[in-house]
Design a protein around this ligand. Structure first.
Ligand code: SAM
Length: 373
C-alpha cells in the first residue's frame, strides 16, 4: 500500500517453547541474506531479494522481506515460528513476566499471540512449578482459535483457557486468583493502528506523539498527512431505538468514548487483584482517548492511589522498551513527562515497519505473592 510508505516487513517471532533463533536461521531462513536494519528489509520489496534482520528491541524477533509467505513453512505449521507484528510483541516483553510473579492472567486473549509470548518468555526463565497462565476470552468462537494457537505453540500445559468467560465478571478476591502477580490487558479497541486498515484517517493522529526523555525523538508532525474525501454520514441508535444521523466523525468519537469506558473498566478491574504487582495495558489504536487518557484516568483513580499503583517509568523498563524512541503524547498526559515517557507508542507510517500500537505498564511494590493452589 503506497500510503503506508515502504512495504511492511514480515515480522516473525521465534517461539522459544519449540525452537531457537539459531535453529531457525539454519532452516526456515536458510538462503536469506542477513542485513543490519529493518529499513533495508523494507527496501528489499523493490529488489526482490530475500533478506532478514534480527530485531534490536524484542528478543527472538526477526524481520523478513515483505511478501514472503511463511505460512507454508514447516516451522509455521509446527508452531516453531509465529507471525506477529513487532509492536504486538511489546506488551508481554514490557510486562517482563518472571517465575516469582506467580500466576499470570491474560484478560483478553484470542487469538493468543500475547498468551503464547508470555508462555515463551516464562519457558526461557524457568516456569515455576504449578504456576499457570489464565487466558480469558469472552467470545466462544474466538476462544476456539485461542485454544488451537495455544496448543500449536506448545503452551497448553501451562495455560488455563477460560473460554466464554468475561474477565470483568471474575472476582479478583477469589482464592483461585490469590497467586496472580501479573496481568496482561489487551482489550478490544478501535483497531485504528492496524496496517492496511484505512478507516482511521491520518488526521486523527495525536498532535504531538513525542519522545519526552530522549533526543532520538519521533513526532507525528513530520509524517505525511493526507485528508481523505468527506466521509459519509452515520446513524447512531440510542437505548430506546431512536435514530440520529450524525457525521462519521461524530460516530467515531461516540464509538471511541464507549470503547474508552470499557477499557478503563477492564484496567481498574485488573488493578484490584490483591497480589498483582504488574499490569500491562495495550491497544492497537492510535487514539489518545483509548490510550494515554485511559492510563491517566486509571492512575488518578482512588483504587490506584490506595493500592500504590504507578506507571513503570521509561528508565525502569526492559532494555528494548527503554530504547524504543516513540513515546506517549505529553499533552494527553496533562503535561506529565514521566507518564508520557512511560507510555510506549508505535506508529505505522514512520519507517520503522510496525503497526500503530500503544502499551504502558503499571507497577507497585508492596506485595508478597502468596502460593497458588
Ligand atoms: N491479545 C490478543 C492477541 O494478542 O492475540 C488480541 C486480543 S483482542 C484485541 C481483544 C479480545 O478480547 C477479543 O478476542 C475479545 O473477544 C476479547 N474480550 C473483550 N472483552 C472481554 C472481556 N470482558 N473478557 C474477556 N475477553 C474479552
Amino acid at each position: 500500500d503506497a500510503e503506508l510508505g515502504p512495504a511492511h516487513p514480515r515480522w516473525i517471532r521465534v517461539n522459544s517453547l519449540k525452537s531457537t533463533v539459531d535453529e531457525q536461521l539454519d532452516t526456515t531462513f536458510k538462503g536469506f541474506e542477513m542485513v543490519p536494519t529493518v529499513e533495508e528489509v523494507m527496501a528489499s520489496a523493490s529488489t526482490g531479494k530475500k533478506v532478514i534482520c534480527l530485531d534490536g528491541n524484542v528478543p527472538n524477533l526477526i524481520a523478513a522481506s515483505p511478501g514472503v509467505d511463511f505460512t507454508r513453512t514447516a516451522a509455521y505449521k509446527s508452531g516453531a515460528i509465529i507471525l506477529q507484528d513487532k509492536a504486538s510483541c511489546f506488551p508481554a516483553y514490557l510486562l517482563d513476566p518472571r517465575p516469582e510473579d506467580g500466576d499470570i492472567i491474560d484478560a483478553c486473549s484470542a487469538p493468543g499471540n500475547k498468551t503464547t509470548h508470555l508462555a515463551g518468555i516464562l519457558h526461557e526463565r524457568g516456569f515455576a512449578e504449578g504456576r499457570r497462565i489464565f487466558a480469558f476470552e469472552k467470545d466462544k468462537h474466538r476462544a476456539k482459535t485461542l485454544n488451537k494457537m495455544v496448543r500449536a505453540a506448545g503452551s497448553d500445559k501451562v495455560t488455563v483457557i477460560r473460554a466464554g468467560a468475561d474477565f470483568l465478571k471474575t472476582d479478583p478476591n477469589s482464592p483461585e486468583f490469590r497467586g496472580v502477580g501479573a496481568l496482561l490487558l489487551d482489550p478490544s479497541c478501535s483497531g485504528s493502528g492496524i496496517v492496511g486498515r484505512d478507516d482511521t484517517p491520518e488526521f486523527h493522529l495525536p498532535s504531538a506523539v513525542s519522545s519526552t526523555t530522549s533526543n532520538n525523538t519521533t513526532t507525528s508532525k513530520n509524517l505525511k498527512r493526507k485528508r481523505p474525501p468527506s466521509p459519509p454520514p452515520a446513524v447512531l441508535v440510542d437505548d430506546d431505538g431512536a435514530e440520529t444521523v450524525v457525521s462519521s466523525e461524530q460516530a467515531l468519537q461516540s464509538r471511541l468514548k464507549a470503547l474508552a469506558s470499557f477499557q478503563l473498566a477492564i484496567l481498574l478491574h485488573a488493578l484490584a487483584f490483591p497480589a498483582a504487582t504488574k499490569v500491562s495495558y495495550s491497544t492497537c489504536s492510535i487514539h489518545a482517548v483509548e490510550n494515554e487518557a485511559v492510563v491517566l484516568a486509571a492512575l488518578h483513580s482512588p483504587l490506584a492511589r490506595a493500592r500504590g499503583w504507578r506507571v513503570l517509568a521509561r528508565d525502569q523498563q526492559v532494555r528494548g522498551m527503554r530504547e524504543w524512541p516513540v513515546r506517549g503524547d505529553i499533552e494527553s498526559c496533562d503535561g506529565d513527562a514521566v507518564v508520557a515517557g512511560a507510555c510506549v507508542r508505535a506508529q505505522r507510517e514512520d519507517g520503522r515497519g510496525v503497526m500503530g500500537f500503544f502499551v504502558a505498564c503499571f507497577v507497585r511494590d508492596d506485595t508478597t505473592i502468596v502460593g497458588g493452589d
